[in-house]
Design a protein around this ligand. Structure first.
Ligand code: 7TS
Length: 407
């Protein structure tokens, strides 16, 4: 492998010390696209909530309930600031990207689309940015149109797929298979030109590089807390306030109402109109602390470091005989999907696991990509700022060992 030194802005070995899991076990964790590891301060924030001020939010005047409400709403403010969003009430806490997409599909699409309208997605979407639209299209008689990907993992001429019937376009900011950072500015501009709503699946982008919602000016943006150092069970839907205000609620129940009579009800203001029931309080507070941690490191530093470690990994992996790396997008993040000749990805993952290396094997919730690549499954290594260049060397060494075993 070529010699590369780490930039001074990120010291992965030092940062790893903030993550208890790396202290407790020998682990080369290369599956951060599935979920990231959690720093101690996030785990402690969740623990402290339950130990010290566990109570429900938005409903009681006693001290700990006020504290819980304040911490929960502060987390929302932190997320808004992180995204450069002025209006905090445009940040809705959901369970994750999947729920955020379903919220749009139920509360916007099913009320605004009719027969023969079109929703536009791409062929490289995660199932959670595909299936909710399939279901909604079926319900309203709309059509789902697909922008195909090229084998280099990019999208060519997306403008060809827009029409005056396009009412919503939803696209991943960064692919969880190819690592492609898609040109969302182009897509959002096309959406504006065609008067369509733009939705950004930011599950793989917000954790890894600065995302300025004001600058990109999309209508909706969704991501998951657990991929950005936060707990599972909390995610975000950003929506333009004027859209959210005119949308019907998604789930009905407590919290989301203003008044309830026996036969009808009125709705709370945004964002609470979309947060029915007791929310994931500890998790949202944990996400706020994760945002603090990311800010401290600096999203630009994270992005630059991941670019270096990904280039390094690509160089090392490309030297391996019999490897196929899927996609070669010019603008990419830290996700590399590949196969090794004559070794099933599950067998490879098993052998790597013996060396304490965690990679993902399977379809990565993107079966249409696998179908087009004509494979049933692939191996995937994905990186975060806590991965070291040494770990990449060990990954390549372990893959070479697997090749020898299967000879
Ligand atoms: N969108 C993208 C681009 C994703 O990568 C994922 C999860 C989701 C949406 C769904 O997120 P969730 O938190 O609601 O589940 N991606 C992966 C993955 O690549 N491996 O495991 C989960």
């Amino acid at each position: 492998c070529i010699n590369m030194t780490q930039p001074n802005s990120i010291d992965a070995n030092q940062l790893r010390k903030s993550f208890p899991i790396f202290e407790k076990r020998s682990l080369i964790y290369l599956d951060s696209a599935a979920t990231s590891q959690k720093p101690k301060i996030v785990i402690d924030a969740v623990k402290n909530f339950y130990n010290e001020y566990n109570s429900n939010v938005h409903r009681s005047i006693y001290d700990i309930s006020q504290e819980a409400t304040e911490a929960y709403e502060t987390a929302r403010e932190k997320v808004a600031k992180f995204l450069n969003v002025d209006k905090v009430d445009s940040i809705i806490f959901t369970k994750g990207t999947t729920e955020s997409m379903n919220l749009i599909a139920y509360s916007w699409v099913r009320h605004n689309l009719k027969k023969d309208d079109e929703i536009l997605i791409t062929e490289m979407e995660h199932h959670s940015n595909m299936v909710p639209w399939q279901l909604a299209c079926k319900d309203v008689g709309a059509k789902l149109k697909i922008i195909p990907f090229e084998f280099d993992g990019t999208l060519k001429h997306p403008e060809k797929y827009f029409s005056k019937r396009t009412k919503l376009v939803s696209i991943s900011h960064q692919s969880n298979v190819f690592g492609t950072i898609n040109d969302i500015d182009k897509i959002i501009n096309l959406a504006k030109k065609y008067n369509a709503i733009s939705v950004i699946d930011a599950a793989q982008s917000v954790p890894h590089f600065p995302v300025d919602v004001k600058a990109i000016d999309c209508d909706f943006l969704a991501f998951s807390g657990h991929k950005m150092l936060g707990p599972t069970g909390v995610g975000v839907l950003y929506g333009k306030p004027e859209l959210l205000e005119n949308m019907n609620p998604f789930l009905g129940g407590g919290e989301m109402i203003r008044s309830v009579q026996l036969n009808e009800s009125t709705w709370n203001d945004i964002p609470w109109k979309f947060e029915a029931g007791t929310p994931n309080i500890a998790q949202a507070i944990g996400l706020g602390v994760a945002v603090d941690f990311l800010n401290e490191i600096g999203m630009n530093n994270i992005h630059n470091y991941e670019k270096l470690i990904t280039d390094y990994a690509l160089n090392c992996l490309n030297e391996i005989d019999g490897i196929t790396i899927y996609g070669n997008p010019p603008n990419r993040g830290g996700v590399i999907t590949f196969n090794i000749n004559n070794i099933h990805s599950h067998d490879l993952a098993q052998i790597l696991n013996d060396d304490k290396i965690a990679i993902r094997a399977g379809h990565h919730c993107a079966q249409p990509i696998m179908n087009k690549l004509n494979v049933s499954s692939t191996a995937r290594a994905s990186f975060y700022f806590y991965n070291t260049f040494d770990e990449i060397d060990l990954l390549c060494k372990s893959i070479k060992k697997a090749i020898k075993l299967f000879k």
